[in-house]
Unconditional design. Structure first.
Length: 407
């Protein structure tokens, strides 16, 4: 009997691979192995409605547990894979059990970066935000009147700040760069979210470097900044980015960089092993990149299933992303890296606008804040390879639908 396709990591990419495999009627058996005790679930609501207490846990699961049983998919949750033996085509659990695979799909995701213990990262009351377990630990601490310090002004930190304000906490947010979202967005987008958070009472500090967290009997009680300023806090959330879970792949001798290196069908340097989602590092426009987004995880998982079913395809999906903060929905399409110019297009209300990114004359990405039309038509415009002039985009009278239809 042929060994199964083994999937390590039961998250977004794994769920997408399995759904496509089943939809294609592929016959080969599957075994899904994940270290968390849950079937694959959506992480985006963790820093939004789930932290707010506005979403039942069952709603997080991508499919009910029963569905996997109905499809005869082997499941091993609460099981961590500690080693891959590529020569014998086996994965080995932390408890030493060897499991054969025909093909192996690594969907191990990424981990939240932590502050080192020397800076107080291990104190009680210091949290990161990555899993259901993380939220279940910290949600009871999110009570009105408590003082929350957030370290990091990226999307997760900002979303958590919005939830905390909605729950009545006092929030201070530290960003060591000159501006929040500096790594991922233009200054105009940062300015929009700075004003949004300040308008909701967040004490937002940019160019503010943390020296260390302060300790009171093993529990965090505040922070000292490099400037010497002391900020009191009852709890601290660290949102300083993620790093890909590549240790398994590295130890097995697979080529890795900022992620597990894969080709256009998500195949690693071992032809029997594939990698998809946050852990994979792939080529786009001649550069190796790694994305942490639902779109990328879902599209890559889907692609591997199609490839293994014999379809002749390669990965070329258009990146998109979203974030929810208070009453603002941010939608992003494309990648803005290497942009040389941005243009702001006003929206229909005070809280809506979009930022259009150009690399020379080429339109490459859009950040749309409460602007679903700009997002939807802008996405079509980028996908069609149309490059409207910045002046045309900046003019609110320009009909985006007509542009998208090439009129
Ligand atoms: C709080 C939060 C909010 C987010 N919000 C958004 C958003 O608004 N929009 C968006 O597009 N994206 C968002 N993301 C990113 C998105 O959720 C991820 O990009 C996506 O989940 C990646 O899917 P994945 O399958 O690669 O990894 P994951 O879904 O993270 O799954 C990886 C799984 O592998 C398991 N694993 C790792 N190593 C092993 C091992 N050795 N053995 C067994 N199991 C292992 C992990 O425990 C984990 O369960 C958010 C992420 C977080 C954490």
């Amino acid at each position: 009997m042929t060994a199964p396709i083994v999937i390590v990591g039961a998250g977004q990419a794994a769920a997408s691979f399995i759904s496509r495999h089943v939809a294609l009627g592929s016959r080969q058996t599957l075994l899904l192995i994940g270290e968390e005790p849950h079937p694959p679930y959506q992480r985006p609501p963790l820093s939004k409605k789930y932290l707010l207490g506005d979403l039942e846990r069952d709603r997080l699961f991508i499919r009910p547990l029963q569905w996997y049983a109905e499809q005869n998919i082997g499941l091993r949750f609460g099981t961590r894979i500690g080693r891959i033996d590529p020569r014998n085509r086996q994965v080995v659990t932390d408890t030493g059990e060897a499991i054969d695979y025909d093909k192996l799909l690594l969907c191990t995701g990424s981990s939240a970066r932590r502050l080192p213990a020397s800076m107080g990262g291990e104190l009680d009351g210091v949290f990161t935000l990555r899993s259901i377990a993380d939220i279940d630990r910290q949600a009871p601490e999110f009570r009105a009147g408590r003082r929350l310090l957030i370290v990091g002004g990226g999307y997760i930190g900002l979303e958590a700040a919005a939830v905390a304000r909605q729950l009545g906490l006092e929030v201070t947010l530290l960003e060591m760069a000159e501006r929040i979202l500096q790594r991922v967005a233009a200054a105009e987008t940062s300015a929009y979210f700075r004003a949004l958070h300040q308008g909701h009472g967040v004490d937002l500090r940019e160019s503010a470097r943390l020296a260390r967290l302060l300790d009171e009997n093993g529990k965090v009680c505040g922070a000292e900044l490099e400037s010497g300023e002391i900020i009191a806090a009852d709890l601290v959330l660290v949102g300083i980015g993620g790093s890909p879970n590549i240790e398994l792949a590295q130890a097995a001798g697979l080529e890795c960089g900022n992620g597990i290196l894969v080709n256009a069908v998500c195949q690693t340097s071992d032809p029997n092993i594939f990698a998809a989602g946050d852990c994979s590092c792939f080529e786009r426009d001649g550069q190796r990149i790694r994305l942490e987004s639902v779109q990328n995880a879902a599209d890559q998982g889907d692609l591997v299933a199609r490839h293994l079913a014999g379809e002749d395809i390669s990965y070329s999906a258009m990146p998109w992303f979203w974030s929810d903060q208070y009453d603002c929905k941010l939608q992003i399409v494309g990648l803005n890296q290497g942009h040389t110019r941005t243009v702001t297009r006003p929206g229909n209300s005070e809280s809506s606008l979009s930022i259009w990114y150009y690399r020379d004359a080429e339109l490459i990405a859009i950040d749309a804040m409460n602007e679903p039309r700009s997002y939807a038509f802008g996405r079509k415009i980028i996908e069609a390879g149309i490059n409207p002039s910045p002046e045309l985009i900046a003019d609110p009278a320009t009909d985006l639908k007509a542009l998208a239809l090439g009129r």
